[in-house]
Design a protein around this ligand. Structure first.
Ligand SMILES: Cc1cc2nc3c(=O)[nH]c(=O)nc-3n(C[C@H](O)[C@H](O)[C@H](O)COP(=O)(O)OP(=O)(O)OC[C@H]3O[C@@H](n4cnc5c(N)ncnc54)[C@H](O)[C@@H]3O)c2cc1C
Ligand code: SF4
Length: 463
């Protein structure tokens, strides 16, 4: 008898009119029985395409089979054998363009909800206090420095600790996690989850030094003198880009970095419990349409803005944000002004009063392969706003690199690392994540952290 068809299971979540008033996580996660039902949709392919779509090669069919059998802790351990941050990845990875994009079920139906299942097993293990330290190789008594505690640094540190190295993470900020704590908002990625995944590394023996800006407090050369035998640089893309249009220095124009850092890392959303001041905006324009833009727009709503616009110069198909975030932003009432380019920020008494835009149409494809937006003559119009958040991309974090001329950079200012090994031009120094690739994704940064850990091990063992 043919198997009864199971529809892709939907994760229950907060209703839009409730959630725009709080910073609590939007989706609630799968209940156990729903997770098991969803897991039954997996065909257990002999040649699983999904694994090829995953930069850290999670054993997807194996862990899903364990979920279908109700062996949730075992499933979590299976995932964690290659991915140290499953609760994070299950929440923020763009699965629709990775594992789920190539899932065989997705050819005729909706793909298996791999990301939601990954989140489920990681949460189950944590919530039932079943987290266990993995087997660690015998101590090598070799010190390795990891600079930056974003997903690249955390992954590299975890993999090196497993191999028996004495690893110290140096982080410039007072909290570990990189963009996971200062960028991605609480309603998408609760910070207790990031902290739990960092705790897992410290349980494995990784040391963490926060408030430690490498390049200023100590240079890489000084760390080597202190006995570190190799270093990984995972300093990310933390330098905001601006529009370079008139009026951009008016009061009320912020980079998305500053906006989100104040709210997330400095906890402005809990004001006055935390005393980080935050602009009180009524009408906000967020420029850009990536994850950073969606996060800024949805944060602005939750901080009490009455109207929030996304202003983006290309068409809906080209919006780079995860589909789920665009969908959530639309449900929450964000006004999408697409094929629209800001040309001037308008001011009154030194403060923002609006933004002047021009309508765009799509021309021939440009070097990115996407159709180039072209301004439509005489189509200028104004949008009344009191705050403009610029979320059009980030450049490499320059602080460490300025102090380390030995490390060769490419024309965009990113580290020129060997693509195979991630070795830099400075002996014993490897690099990965956004500082090498330019602003990318959590899982890509993690994939690079893994490659670098393997290379560092080879370098230190003369392999
Ligand atoms: C708002 C926002 C939302 C995003 N949403 C998603 C998403 O939904 N899904 C997704 O996959 N990706 C998302 N991304 C992208 C993703 O977060 C990044 O690609 C990823 O975090 C890069 O990891 P990384 O380890 O290279 O760098 P980062 O996460 O940037 O971490 C770098 C760390 O290095 C530290 N550092 C820098 N210089 C020094 C120094 N000199 N000394 C010591 N420490 C230093 C920084 O303080 C930081 O903590 C988002 C990015 C942003 C900004
Ligand atoms: S491709 Fe899809 S159906 Fe096949 S093993 Fe992976 S998740 Fe299961």
């Amino acid at each position: 008898m043919p198997k009864e068809k199971i529809e892709r299971q939907k994760m229950p979540e907060q209703k839009p009119h409730d959630r725009i008033k709080n910073f609590n996580e939007v989706p609630f996660g799968f209940p156990q029985e729903i997770a098991m039902k969803e897991a039954q949709r997996c065909l257990q392919c002999k040649k699983p395409a999904c694994v090829k779509g995953c930069p850290v090669e999670v054993a997807i069919p194996e862990f899903i089979k364990l979920v279908a059998e109700g062996k949730f802790v075992e499933a979590a351990r299976k995932v964690k054998s290659t991915n140290a941050l499953p609760a994070v990845c299950g929440r923020v990875c763009p699965q629709e363009s990775q594992c789920e994009k190539v899932c065989i079920v997705g050819k005729k139906d909706k793909p298996v909800a791999i990301g939601s299942l990954e989140r489920f097993v990681a949460d189950f293990e944590r919530n039932t206090n079943a987290v266990k330290i993995p087997n660690i190789a015998e101590k090598k008594n070799i010190k390795v420095a990891v600079v930056g505690s974003g997903p690249a640094g955390l992954t590299c540190a975890g993999d090196l600790a497993l191999k028996g190295y004495d690893v110290t993470i140096f982080e410039a900020l007072h909290k570990t996690g990189g963009v996971l704590v200062y960028g991605i908002p609480e309603f998408r990625l609760p910070k207790v989850i990031v902290q739990a995944e960092v705790n897992y590394l410290t349980m494995m023996g990784v040391k963490v030094e926060t408030n430690m800006l490498v390049g200023k407090v100590a240079t890489l050369t000084e760390l080597f003198k202190e006995g570190y035998k190799a270093a990984f640089v995972g300093t990310g893309a933390g330098l905001p880009m601006f529009l370079n249009i008139p009026g951009e220095n008016l009061i009320g124009v912020l980079s998305a970095n500053e906006y989100l850092t104040r709210v997330n890392l400095m906890k402005a959303y809990l004001f006055p419990e935390y005393d980080t001041p935050m602009v009180k905006s009524k009408k906000v324009a967020v420029v850009g349409a990536g994850n950073v833009a969606m996060d800024s727009a949805r944060t602005a709503l939750r901080l009490g803005a009455e109207k929030v616009y996304i202003v983006y110069r290309r068409s809906p198909e080209e919006m780079p944000a995860r589909k789920e975030e665009i969908h959530h932003a639309q449900e929450e009432g964000i006004d999408f002004q697409l094929l629209t380019n800001p040309i001037e920020v308008l001011g009154k008494d030194g403060c923002v009063r609006g933004i002047k835009c021009i309508k765009m149409e799509l021309g021939a494809p440009d070097e990115s392969g996407r159709r180039r937006p072209i301004p439509i003559k005489d189509s200028e119009f104004e949008i009344e706003v009191d705050t403009v958040v610029v979320a059009i991309g980030n450049g490499p974090n320059p602080l460490l690199l300025k102090a380390t001329p030995e490390i060769e950079l490419n024309k965009w200012g990113n580290i020129n690392a060997n693509p195979e090994t991630l070795a830099t031009t400075m002996k014993g120094v490897y690099a990965g994540g956004d500082i090498v690739t330019g602003a990318a994704t959590v899982i890509e940064a993690m994939g690079q952290g893994k490659i670098a850990a393997r290379s560092i091990d080879k370098y230190l063992t003369g392999g």
